[in-house]
Design a protein around this ligand. Structure first.
Ligand code: ZN
Length: 174
């Protein structure tokens, strides 16, 4: 188990389409554990493998509240089977796009088929926050980011801003 560095924009890998995971061995289990460790360490509610530089169709989510029991779910090769016409809007952030929140309207309910860590096929009906989170993470597997919902002008502005933050070292007063 280890905490990995999260890749941020404008890294080109975030635009790539991830490939299906075909094996479920020790390395794949380690990848899933690393994803959970990295996600919890950053206080995120979802993380896709591409965000730690692995182009495999794997993601982890946990939308439980702080005072609730943890509810970790790993989805391997997830496919959306159904989307509701009803929508919900959340202000979404992304661990790969620091300090940026964008209001995004998505289907309120989605049904996802996936393979779990043991290699069994599963179905998950997601509502509300979980639905938004799973759709956000599946977008990552297809190289799509929340800033792709914006106009090119706004998108370029955000990427420029983040690139600047990255170049400047942390400022400390001692
Ligand atoms: Zn994200």
């Amino acid at each position: 188990m280890s905490i990995k560095e999260i890749i941020t924009v404008p890294d080109e890998i975030l635009k790539k389409v991830s490939k299906p995971m075909e094996k479920f061995g020790t390395n794949e289990k380690k990848l899933i554990n690393d994803l959970f460790d990295t996600m919890y360490n950053s206080n995120g509610i979802g993380l896709a493998a591409v965000q730690i530089g692995i182009l495999k169709r794997v993601l982890v989510v946990d939308v439980s509240n702080k005072d609730e029991e943890k509810n970790p779910i790993a989805l391997i090769n997830p496919v959306i089977k159904k989307l509701s016409d009803d929508t919900s809007v959340y202000e979404e952030g992304c661990l790969s796009i620091p300090e940026t929140f964008i209001e995004i309207e998505r289907p309120k309910i989605c049904e996802v088929e996936y393979v779990d860590e043991k290699g069994s096929k599963k179905n998950l009906k997601c509502d509300g926050l979980l639905s938004t989170c799973v759709q956000h993470e599946i977008n990552h597997l297809d190289g799509k980011l929340i800033i792709d919902h914006l106009s090119k002008l706004k998108k370029d502005f955000i990427i420029k801003k983040i690139s600047k933050i990255k170049k400047n070292p942390d400022r400390v007063v001692v």
